[in-house]
Design a protein around this ligand. Sequence first.
Ligand SMILES: NC(=O)C1=CN([C@@H]2O[C@H](COP(=O)(O)OP(=O)(O)OC[C@H]3O[C@@H](n4cnc5c(N)ncnc54)[C@H](OP(=O)(O)O)[C@@H]3O)[C@@H](O)[C@H]2O)C=CC1
Ligand SMILES: O=C1O[C@H](COP(=O)(O)O)[C@@H](O)[C@H](O)[C@H]1O
Length: 495
Amino acid sequence: MTHENHALFIIFGATGDLAKRKLYPSLFRLYRKKNIQSHFAVIGTARSTWTHEHFREVVTESINSLHPTKQELDEFINHFYYQALNVANTDEYVSIQELAESLDETYHLEGNRIFYLAMAPQFFGTISQHIKSEGIMSEHGFNRLIIEKPFGVDHTSATQLNEEISAVFDEKQIFRIDHYLGKEMIQNIAAVRFGNNIFESLWNHAYIDNIQITLAESLGVEERGGYYDKSGALKDMVQNHILQIVALLAMEPPTVFTDEAIRTEKINALKAVRVYNSDEVKKSFVRGQYSSSDHHLAYREEAGVDPDSNTETFVAGKFLIDNFRWTGVPFYVRTGKNMTEKGTRINIVFKSTPINIFRSIDTPICQTQKLPENVLTIYIQPTEGFSLTLNGKKIGTGFDIDPTKLVFRQSVENLENTPEAYEKLLLDCLNGDATNFTHWDEVEQSWKVVDVIRHTWDDETVDFPNYLPGSMGPKEAFDLLEKDNRSWVWEPNKN
Ligand SMILES: NC(=O)C1=CN([C@@H]2O[C@H](COP(=O)(O)OP(=O)(O)OC[C@H]3O[C@@H](n4cnc5c(N)ncnc54)[C@H](OP(=O)(O)O)[C@@H]3O)[C@@H](O)[C@H]2O)C=CC1
Ligand SMILES: O=C1O[C@H](COP(=O)(O)O)[C@@H](O)[C@H](O)[C@H]1O
């Protein structure tokens, strides 16, 4: 049965792109599913001097594609209020405090408050301090803080940011968003691993040869060149999403499926990821930047990007995990902009059988090709599902081995009904469930792993651009696996 939540959402950065594209549609979906109904209200705030009416028009526009009925729209939109505020001006917070108190009474919100910081991270500290000093935290309900990525730009800045927000909010009140953790198939990693003995019993270095994680994007940097040029693929995707996926794949089974138990295991897994020295970085990580093509601008020609930029738009690398379970099993990862297609996938490549008994009797074992490996693929997006390749006998009179793929893809109908990541994460936050948010210890460890890669690269010269738009990245990314006698497992999407 759906439970109706009571809460006030205060959205800082309410006029911005994230709020319009993700937050208002997600709130509407929660409203439609009755997770929020009569007892919720939203205060949107930013510097723009909007009226409540204009704010409601913007929210209406942002949920248009969800086709609300007139009744749904009228009811939903009346819960939205706008108050202009420059977050640096202490005097202006009083209006937010007064509005919050009055909405709390009007909608019986039970003093529950969610502060959503949909703004650049440099503002997180000052907003948190003002929430406390200006009495905006409620004294008789919950106070929860949702913050967006990027959480710092390196370990030092992330630590400082964490100290600033931790001066106001306890770790249990802080919900750091990594939207990949809200994706259906990322959440499915735990179900596949811990719900199937056939996999969990094989989930270790004795049976797994390597793991491959690909987060490929078909688009370039679009309008985000200014942000991206200061970040690059390593900080934009590897420090957060990819290392979170590594942690979910590598962690030990938690004793129960609770946020605390899972976080403990994820943190342990991340602490076992080897922090490389510079020589190891040079051997284990490669980077790329896209050139121009007939249909695409080169990265250096994109709006907001330095024409001499050495920022990477592609990363591939190998993580090693130094513990009993994973010793010797490389976790290959790659991500990039302007690649062949949008495709996020995890391949678990199992070891081949020890010998190929189907070889021709005259061929010495040392000259025999191994049988194809069994591969478990988890399709994260755009399609969702699993596949498992197994070796069978080719139909006919001989005894040739033929790899066969068992495939499960979610139906279009199920895909349409899959909750959007932000919707799930907002609901988790309302329920006080932090399973799918990142704990400070995870963020800290991820920065330690990534900082050495960044520092090594910053000290080297690089020959960019080095890959064509529409490709799967530079040659070096393929060489990386080839020198380990392996290759990327990848088939283009069929639907
Ligand atoms: N957009 C996206 O898809 C994603 C965004 N993020 C993160 O979310 C955050 C927000 O991103 P996005 O919405 O794209 O950014 P935008 O630049 O679109 O929005 C920034 C918001 O901050 C407000 N703002 C800026 N300065 C002040 C100030 N001094 N006082 C009060 N309000 C201010 C702006 O409004 P005004 O000008 O009216 O003051 C605007 O509402 C960033 O941290 C980003 O990295 C993370 C993942 C994806
Ligand atoms: O966090 C980010 O993720 C998106 C990719 O997200 P997805 O859900 O579409 O896979 C990426 O484009 C963006 O650069 C990055 O900041």
